[in-house]
Design a protein. Structure first.
Length: 186
């Protein structure tokens, strides 16, 4: 395969001839792109463009004809790939977050309260609450209804439902703490 890169073409490119510059780019860019891809550069197309910006800006300093031009172009490509690898090694690894595979959990107050109670004990503790608190907690925790739906069911505002839920949970916590301290004290 014969090269289109000649001494005359290099001379014309060094003089600023855009057709000659385009011929050099057309001849060398696929090879530089292949080299950068093989080196594992993240964005080989962008780095190829950067290589040729550098090569063309220093074209007047190149000696050695076609071989000198090739050597210089691949020297710049190698330096850019090394720079890119260094940048990549300094960047922290990025991973996408998948909530379904995240096994870190913190139990909600409702879950913690219900987990500490057996079924009968839970019913017994719930009976100690006021009727509206018991109803709200049953709808929110057992039926797993959203706040707005509970508000519609009980005929209260979402703010009132939040207050009933909060007060009911505080009362349940007090009952559990009292029960646990009396069990441990006896």
């Amino acid at each position: 395969m014969s090269s289109t890169l000649t001494e005359d073409l290099l001379g014309a490119a060094q003089a600023g001839d855009t057709v000659a510059l385009n011929c050099i780019y057309t001849e060398l860019s696929p090879k530089v792109l292949g080299y950068l891809t093989a080196r594992g550069v993240d964005d080989p197309e962008a780095v190829t463009q950067d290589v040729f910006l550098s090569v063309f800006s220093r074209l007047s300093t190149i000696s050695g004809g076609e071989q000198g031009l090739r050597t210089f172009a691949f020297s710049v490509a190698h330096a850019r790939s090394v720079d890119e690898a260094r940048k990549r090694s300094r960047r922290p690894a990025m991973y996408s977050y998948d909530p379904s595979s995240d096994d870190r959990t913190t139990a909600s107050a409702e879950t913690a309260a219900l987990d500490r109670l057996s079924g009968d004990r839970a019913l017994q503790q719930l009976q100690a609450l006021k009727a509206d608190q018991r109803e709200v907690l049953a709808l929110r925790i057992i039926a797993d209804l959203p706040l707005e739906d509970v508000a519609r069911v009980v005929g209260k505002s979402p703010g009132a439902v939040k207050q009933l839920q909060r007060r009911g949970l505080i009362k349940l916590k007090q009952l559990i703490v009292e029960k646990d301290s009396s069990n441990h004290g006896a």
